[in-house]
Design a protein around this ligand. Structure first.
Ligand SMILES: [Zn+2]
Length: 153
C-alpha cells in the first residue's frame, strides 16, 4: 500500500521511508556524513582565515578539495502563496541537512562561522562578525593584550 501510494504520488520510495518515525541509519554512516560536512566547514574557515598567507597553489588545493563534496541539488517548484514562493522538493533527510548546511555556509548576511576565540560554530549576526559573543571578543582581546605585555617585558 505504501509503495503504491508513493508510486502514485510521484515521489521516490526513499522519501516515504526516510520521513517515517521508525527510520534509522547506521551511526558510522551518519558520522562519515557529518565528518564530510565538518571538513567543508573547516576548510572554508581556514581558506578565508589564512587567505593572505596562502600561495596560489595552496589556494588551489583548498578550492579543489572542497569542490569534490556534494553537488546534489533538490528540485523545486513555485507555489502561489501570499507571494510567488519557491518550494523545495526534498527527497531525503540527508538532502535537507546538506542543503541547510550549505545555505548557512554561503549566506552573505548571516553566515555560519567559527568563533575566533572558542572555535565553536555560530551563526554570525552580521557579515563581518568573527566572535560568537561579546564575552568571547572580550576574552580574546584580554589574552591578546596579556600576550603583548609579556612580550614587552
Ligand atoms: Zn566564542
Amino acid at each position: 500500500m505504501m509503495a503504491l501510494t508513493l508510486t502514485m504520488s510521484d515521489r521516490p520510495v526513499a522519501f516515504g521511508a526516510e520521513f517515517k518515525k521508525e527510520y534509522a541509519e547506521r551511526i558510522d554512516w551518519i558520522i562519515r556524513i557529518m565528518r564530510d560536512l565538518s571538513f567543508v566547514f573547516i576548510t572554508s574557515f581556514l581558506y578565508y582565515n589564512d587567505f593572505k598567507k596562502l600561495s596560489d597553489s595552496q589556494k588551489n588545493i583548498y578550492r579543489k578539495s572542497i569542490a569534490i563534496f556534494d553537488g546534489i541539488a533538490p528540485t523545486y517548484h513555485v507555489e502561489l502563496l501570499d507571494t510567488p514562493t519557491m518550494v523545495w522538493d526534498f527527497n531525503s533527510l540527508l538532502t535537507v541537512v546538506r542543503t541547510m548546511f550549505y545555505l548557512l555556509l554561503t549566506d552573505k548576511k548571516t553566515p555560519l562561522r567559527l568563533c575566533k576565540h572558542c572555535q565553536e560554530p555560530f551563526i554570525a549576526s552580521r557579515p563581518s562578525a568573527v566572535f560568537c559573543s561579546p564575552a568571547c571578543k572580550n576574552r580574546y582581546n584580554v589574552y591578546k593584550s596579556r600576550g603583548r605585555n609579556k612580550g614587552e617585558e
